[in-house]
Design a protein around this ligand. Structure first.
Ligand SMILES: Cc1cc2nc3c(=O)[nH]c(=O)nc-3n(C[C@H](O)[C@H](O)[C@H](O)COP(=O)(O)O)c2cc1C
Length: 355
């Protein structure tokens, strides 16, 4: 039997002990010097028998057992196993190095609190540590320059000023035209820079680093007049929706980490990053930051279009990523859902005062 160490392994120190962390498979464990030495020696496919000579103080049985444990814990791969195939796909396709990978994969599995638990935690926390200020003021009256503010704004500024998150949703339908406009003004390809030597670059109403346009949009329609309930992929070039993914829609709250207020939404728009598009051009983890930033541009336009229709598009980054990707029919080392807009008909908004 041949074994090899995983390519998605990060080894950290905790006090005087090693912590092995497989960020692809989300497995972490404390290890000793011997485990470290075994893993160090397994940088290529290796027959287990050939390791015995390197560890004369240990019985062959204990080395075999240690390798089995290291395989269970995600540090070592067994040739032709499912884990080995996943690891090979990752090391072939992921070009942004271990740090961006560790960040990306490790932040897909957070445990989310309920709203009540989160509120309670903050009420306890503020008793011990006050929150840092949430804005900075210019207090020097001699150097601070008050800016003139125009009062009579037209569009699009009125819509921009009206945009608000509102988690009180009515269980009411929206129209396919409203969904179409949300997608048109955020995702549609509206022009192309021709480049015969390399590749034509699509342009949208939202900017994209290097015009690599990593995002695809998917719609989970629950109550959209003109669309049967289901999962759809939006073609940015053709401006069409096509059924894809799961046949039946899970409750939105189950997709969105227990945010059950979203279950009355008419539709969800998921932004799915295709990292291979920027990776092809940029072989550096900085492009991961750029890709994440781009989701904000797209989402803002969706929110503004929704607002202009007197709808609401609430942003969320909290979701059961695996379940969402299964529902949409996407996934793999370089494809990931990053952001979601919860689209619906708003109810009575939470109270707020002007600043
Ligand atoms: C990247 C991002 C992620 C967010 N994630 C959540 C979320 O998971 N759940 C939620 O209820 N609101 C989420 N929000 C909404 C914020 O709570 C909201 O924008 C904030 O309270 C300010 O309110 P406003 O959008 O009305 O200006 C998110 C906002 C952003 C920008």
């Amino acid at each position: 039997m041949r074994v090899k160490r995983s390519e998605s392994l990060l080894i950290l120190l905790e006090d005087d002990r090693f912590v092995f962390h497989n960020y692809l498979r989300q497995k972490s464990f404390l290890a000793n010097q011997t485990a470290l030495e075994i893993v160090r020696q397994l940088n290529a496919w290796t027959e287990v028998d050939s390791l015995f000579a390197s560890f004369p103080d240990y019985s062959q049985g204990s080395i075999v057992k240690a390798i089995g444990q290291l395989a269970d814990l995600g540090a070592v791969l067994i040739e032709e196993s499912e884990a080995a195939a996943g690891d090979a796909a990752f090391s072939k396709e992921w070009l942004w190095g271990p740090f961006a990978a560790a960040y990306h994969f490790s932040t897909r599995v957070g445990e989310f609190m309920t709203e009540e638990e989160g509120g309670e935690r903050l009420r306890e926390l503020v008793k011990v540590i006050p929150s840092p200020p949430l804005y900075q003021t210019n207090d020097n009256a001699e150097t601070a320059i008050p800016l003139p503010v125009r009062q009579n704004f037209g569009e699009p500024f009125k819509t921009m000023a009206r945009r608000r998150t509102n988690r009180v949703l009515r269980d009411a339908p929206i129209s396919v035209h409203q969904v179409a406009e949300c997608l048109l003004f955020s995702m549609a390809i509206t022009a192309v820079i021709e480049d015969e030597d390399i590749v034509d670059l699509p342009l949208k109403m939202t900017p994209s680093g290097g015009a690599r346009n990593p995002y695809e949009a998917y719609v989970c329609a629950r109550r959209v007049d003109g669309l049967a309930p289901g999962v759809y992929h939006y073609s940015a070039m053709q401006q069409s929706l096509q059924r894809t993914g799961a046949d039946t829609l899970p409750a939105f709250g189950d997709l969105l980490a227990g945010q059950h207020w979203s279950s009355d939404a008419a539709a969800l728009i998921f932004l799915v990053a295709n990292f291979e598009r920027p990776m092809w051009k940029y072989h550096d983890g900085t492009a991961y930051r750029v890709t994440a930033i781009e989701a904000g541009h797209i989402a803002q336009n969706i929110m503004l279009v929704a607002t202009s229709h007197d709808l609401v598009a609430n942003p969320t980054g909290a979701m059961d990523f695996k379940r969402v990707e299964e529902t949409l029919g996407v996934g793999g080392p370089t494809q990931a859902v990053l952001y979601c807009l919860i689209l619906g008909v708003p109810g009575e908004a939470a109270a707020q005062r002007p600043a």
